[in-house]
Design a protein around this ligand. Structure first.
Ligand SMILES: Nc1ncnc2c1ncn2[C@@H]1O[C@H](COP(=O)(O)OP(=O)(O)OP(=O)(O)O)[C@@H](O)[C@H]1O
Ligand SMILES: [Zn+2]
Length: 573
């Protein structure tokens, strides 16, 4: 048994996430967490809402709520949707938690002690119309790197370059649109990442098993242009974690807060502390996941995120941890994703384009989405959601292959033998051949899941389902029954055991359907299959009762698909 710490990129608080956000972070993290638990590992799966920064302030201003209330409400909304998608977090925290305040101030103090913080007088854009400084997303303009005209003050969404507000060409206020801007002086703290460049590069170079997407982005930010830049980690804002040096005030930094990208990854650690508090655990119980001197030396830490988050997780957050010179756990593996696009364009929260988590659940149960999203995860390149593609995958994989298998087997058994596993006959060559095939496929499935190759794993699982249908078709118990009911009984006994086997293997992808299958077979989730698949196919013994389940998956009709296509063609209302 291993100990595995899993974090998903923490979703930003300013609205409901779309299916791209889901498949780029939380959902594959959940898949992996469920799989690791099923394999008997000890798992700590953490996520949280990312609540600081300018977009939260802007969104709260729009609804007229105080920003703290807005964040509390939206956290509740996101937590409810996470439950709806069956995301099995051990804790879903908040970056505005007291634990994160404490840890963020602590890390800043340690970094300062170790010479990794520099105070700089900085030129900041001030807006006369808005009577305030315009950090980060409060300012928009043209990207100096790629020419994209909606780049934000902190990052260009188009080319992923990290920016400072003063880098933008033809800048304008995101609040008022005003171009009546002035550059004024103000003092800020910088994280001296450049001092750690060699250390970071050596560490990245040691990660030879990481996805190329992860290491290539890291290398780009380490070496492109002037190389790794120091990063401003404070802002002139009200909402955020007050700048302190550990427990102490920081002279000259009064009224300033830490930059959201400084405190957000520290929330991964804070979420564990929140978990301990919420569950009546001791400090030591969460620290054994995070401190290599307090029990975490055998923990494997895996992070999940979309590509735009990679620079912060490969460079800035590791710089924070390394620079603390404390034995906090560094990430062992970063699984990053390309983008999921929506029907010929991009998903966009700001433009309300695409399908959002609440809308998806209002249409179909979570398993339908989980299956499509995971089996089409944007791993080696961007991928695209289209309604045709979605309809096809649901109808084929879920309804025709898996659902149909379960339905045919249980209904046939009910009509010929009653609702219990039939006795009679014995497994023969055909069953042994299938077991051999299943064994090979199961190994491949596990290898892909261990390597977090999500699409390949989905492909193997689908192939395992298909084997059952092919077996049933070839064995044809309905024909056998006429001449040799015992042979039909053996085929059906084998098939009922296959249903249980499928339920166990499919649980990480489609947990609800898996639970329904196990309930129908009147059995609990006995452990992951071992080496001996002959035993697996005898778990449900003759006489064991079952229920013929309700339809597991329904098909999507063409008219329905067309209706959704039309409904989601425009902007979210
Ligand atoms: N289209 C997409 N496909 C896959 N992953 C995505 C996509 N868009 C964002 N992500 C990832 O989703 C996770 C959560 O994103 P976050 O809540 O920060 O929103 P975001 O990146 O601002 O997205 P948006 O700009 O669309 O609101 C991040 O890991 C991000 O990289
Ligand atoms: Zn750009």
């Amino acid at each position: 048994m291993a100990r595995i710490l899993i974090t998903s990129a923490i979703p930003y608080i300013n609205g409901i996430k779309h299916l791209g956000n889901l498949v780029g972070s939380q959902l594959p993290a959940d898949l992996y967490a469920r799989y690791c638990r099923a394999r008997g590992h000890e798992v700590m799966f953490l996520c949280a809402t990312d609540e600081h920064g300018t977009p939260a302030e802007l969104a709260a201003a729009k609804t007229g709520e105080p920003v703290a209330e807005y964040c509390a409400r939206m956290h509740g909304v996101q937590a409810e949707l996470a439950r709806g998608f069956r995301l099995s977090f051990d804790h879903f925290g908040r970056s505005s938690s007291p634990q994160n305040h404490h840890l963020t101030q602590y890390f800043a103090g340690r970094l300062a002690e170790n010479g990794y913080i520099e105070e700089r007088t900085e030129r900041q854009v001030y807006s006369h119309a808005d009577k305030r400084f315009l950090p980060d997303r409060y300012i928009e303009g043209t990207c100096p790197n790629c020419g994209y005209d909606k780049a934000r003050g902190d990052q260009c969404e188009n080319c992923t370059k990290q920016l400072d507000p003063t880098d933008l060409i033809e800048p304008r206020s995101a609040i008022s649109g005003s171009t009546d801007l002035e550059v004024r002086e103000t003092k800020h703290l910088y994280l001296r990442q450049s001092l750690m460049k060699d250390e970071l590069e050596a560490w990245i170079d040691s990660k030879t098993d990481w996805p190329i997407l992860t290491t290539s982005i890291a290398k780009k930010w380490l070496n492109d242009g002037d190389g790794l830049q120091d990063r401003g980690i404070t802002r002139d804002l009200d909402w955020g974690i007050p700048v302190k040096r550990g427990e102490d005030d920081w002279p000259g930094m009064e009224g300033k807060v830490f930059y959201v990208w400084f405190d957000a990854p520290i929330e991964y650690i804070a979420a564990a502390a929140e978990w301990a508090e919420a569950n009546g655990k001791a400090e030591a119980d969460w620290r054994r996941w995070w401190r290599t001197d307090e029990g975490a030396e055998d923990v494997r830490y895996v992070q999940f995120m979309g590509k735009d988050n990679v620079p912060f997780h490969t460079l800035s957050f590791p710089a924070t941890i390394m620079g603390s010179r404390d034995p906090w756990k560094l990430v062992d593996y970063i699984k990053s994703f390309n983008y999921l696009n929506y029907d010929g364009g991009q998903f966009s929260t700001s433009q309300g384009r695409g399908v959002f988590m609440d809308q998806a659940l209002a249409i179909l149960p979570s398993d339908y989405w989980r299956w499509w999203l995971l089996s089409h995860a944007p791993e080696t390149s961007d991928s695209e959601f289209t309604w045709e593609n979605f309809q096809q995958a649901v109808n084929k994989d879920l309804a025709d292959v898996l659902g149909n298998f379960v339905s045919r087997v249980t209904k046939f058994c009910r009509s010929k033998f009653g609702e219990e596993v039939p006795a009679g006959g014995a497994y023969g060559e055909r069953e042994n051949a299938l077991i051999d095939d299943l064994y090979i496929r199961l190994r491949a499935y596990q290898d892909h899941m261990d390597a977090i190759e999500v699409r390949k794993a989905a492909g193997e699982l689908r192939a395992i389902w298909v084997l059952g249908n092919e077996y049933l078709q070839a064995a044809a118990p309905w024909t056998a029954f006429k001449t040799d009911p015992d042979e039909a009984a053996a085929i059906i006994r084998f098939s009922l055991n296959l249903i249980r086997f499928y339920a166990v293997l499919s649980a990480p992808f489609i947990p609800d359907a898996s639970a329904a299958m196990l309930a129908a077979m009147k059995t609990g989730a006995a452990g992951w299959p071992g080496e001996n698949l002959i035993e697996e196919m005898a778990v449900l013994a003759p006489g064991h009762g079952f229920e013929t389940p309700e339809m597991l998956f329904r098909k999507i009709a063409d008219e329905e698909r067309e209706g959704w296509q039309a409904q989601f063609a425009g902007q979210r209302g």
